[in-house]
Design a protein around this ligand. Structure first.
Ligand code: GLA
Length: 409
């Protein structure tokens, strides 16, 4: 399929000695609507893909060099040699997400491998909780497969790339890569793990999700990474203690995610509460309470979405924010103020989205209330800064978009 109007193709030719790109890869960001900090415990989540996306124009090389030029000149160009292990660039460098994808998929393509030349553009705000980094991992993974004429079915690719992204040092779950690859236009997706499964749920026509940046960056490869990993290990410790108490000697030590799902689906909530209070010290109790309650909210949110019950969905969003703030301690005063402002200005519910510790909040509005909210944000919400590559400040009406695509020229 040809796309002669593709504006970046001329830039690609200029960047790489007149050669033409052979494909355009697009990989969307995402907003998570319900279920944060539970994918790494194997519990379901409910994100949707955004229209904002990473775009990579790409062409295979005859050798193993990977050369990516960022269309934003301030980010320059990165070059490395593909191999089964690749030295990381300094912490926080954007090329680490590309290196992660290449290492993760290195042995999935036939030898001798081909690297690629690429020009990268993105309109997903960086460090804003909208998964710009996983979109880059997915785009780079698809570029590597394109260069090496290999196809991997999206479910299995999502699982491989989730694992691969841990190269950057964040012990993430699999939500971001899955929604990036498997999203369907007009739908949110209930994603289940181990094995990965996706159920697409239509978003009612009148529902509008408004996203706004809090003004505080949440660097996935910086300070936010340390808090993220700390929360992941605290809640894993809480889950382990509780499983040891309630399911001693079972599969819980080998497959804690499966054991946790079994436990949550069988035990009475009142009994779980009593057992958790007896088994866990206060800090771990709070972390566990978030994991268990957020898991339950995802199921309720999917039901509310299916019935177009926005009031119920909104209340669940509010409860989720409270839990992320009080029990999981990943909100910030700016996110709290932003979600409160969204509610006061017409959202039926609002929560931080993604890993928190800065980044964005999402609010649900019905019909014209969304325009009012965006107008109010633009005129009356204090402007505390902007994501580095976003218009200042970043606010948008999110449209549930399709997943990653490759157009071969
Ligand atoms: C990051 C991770 C995801 C998920 C969210 C929080 O985006 O990449 O796997 O854990 O944080 O829900």
């Amino acid at each position: 399929m040809s796309a002669p109007e593709e504006p970046g193709r001329a830039a690609f030719a200029r960047a790489f000695d007149g050669t033409e790109a052979s494909a355009l890869i697009e990989a969307p960001g995402r907003v998570n609507l319900m279920g944060d900090h539970i994918d790494y415990h194997g519990l379901d989540v409910l994100p949707m893909a955004l229209a904002q996306r990473v775009r990579l124009l790409v062409r295979a090389r005859p050798d193993a060099t990977v050369r990516v030029r960022n269309a934003d000149p301030s980010h320059g160009e990165r070059v490395f040699t593909a191999g089964p292990s690749i030295e990381p660039a300094c912490a926080g460098d954007w090329s680490n997400y590309i290196r992660a994808a290449v290492i993760g998929l290195y042995d999935k393509v036939p030898a001798p491998v081909c690297g690629f030349d690429a020009v990268l553009e993105s309109d997903i705000p960086i460090a804003a909780g909208l998964s710009s980094s996983s979109a880059l991992v997915v785009a780079a993974g698809l570029a590597w497969l394109h260069a090496n004429r290999t196809h991997i079915e999206p479910m299995s690719l999502a699982a491989t790339l989730a694992e691969a992204e841990r190269y950057v040092g964040t012990r993430g779950g699999g939500m971001d890569q899955a929604i990036c690859l498997l999203a369907r236009e007009g739908h949110a997706a209930r994603i289940a793990f181990d094995p990965l499964r996706v159920a697409h749920v239509p978003v009612p026509d009148a529902w509008r999700f408004v996203i706004a940046f809090s003004g505080e960056r949440a660097e996935k490869s910086g300070a936010a990474r340390d808090v993220y990993n700390e929360r992941a290990s605290e809640s894993a410790a809480a889950v382990r203690l509780l499983l040891d108490r309630l399911l001693p000697g079972s599969k819980s030590s080998h497959r804690p995610c499966a054991a946790l799902r079994d436990l949550l689906s069988t035990i009475e909530p009142e009994r779980l509460d009593v057992e958790a209070r007896e088994a866990l010290p206060p800090a771990l109790l709070a972390r566990f309470r978030h994991v268990a309650s957020e898991g339950a909210r995802v199921a309720l949110a999917v039901e509310a979405l299916g019935r177009a019950d926005s009031e119920r969905f909104g209340r669940l969003m509010d409860a989720s924010h409270t839990s992320l703030r009080d029990d999981y301690a990943v909100s910030t005063p700016a996110l709290d103020a932003l979600t409160a402002f969204m509610r006061a200005e017409g959202a039926v519910g609002a929560r931080l989205t993604g890993a928190g510790m800065g980044g964005c909040a999402v609010g649900l509005c019905i019909g014209d209330a969304a325009r009012h909210l965006i107008e109010a944000l633009n005129t009356r919400f204090p402007r505390t800064g902007a994501a580095p590559n976003a218009r200042l400040p970043f606010r948008c009406m999110a449209t549930p978009a399709h997943g990653a695509r490759i157009t071969v020229f």
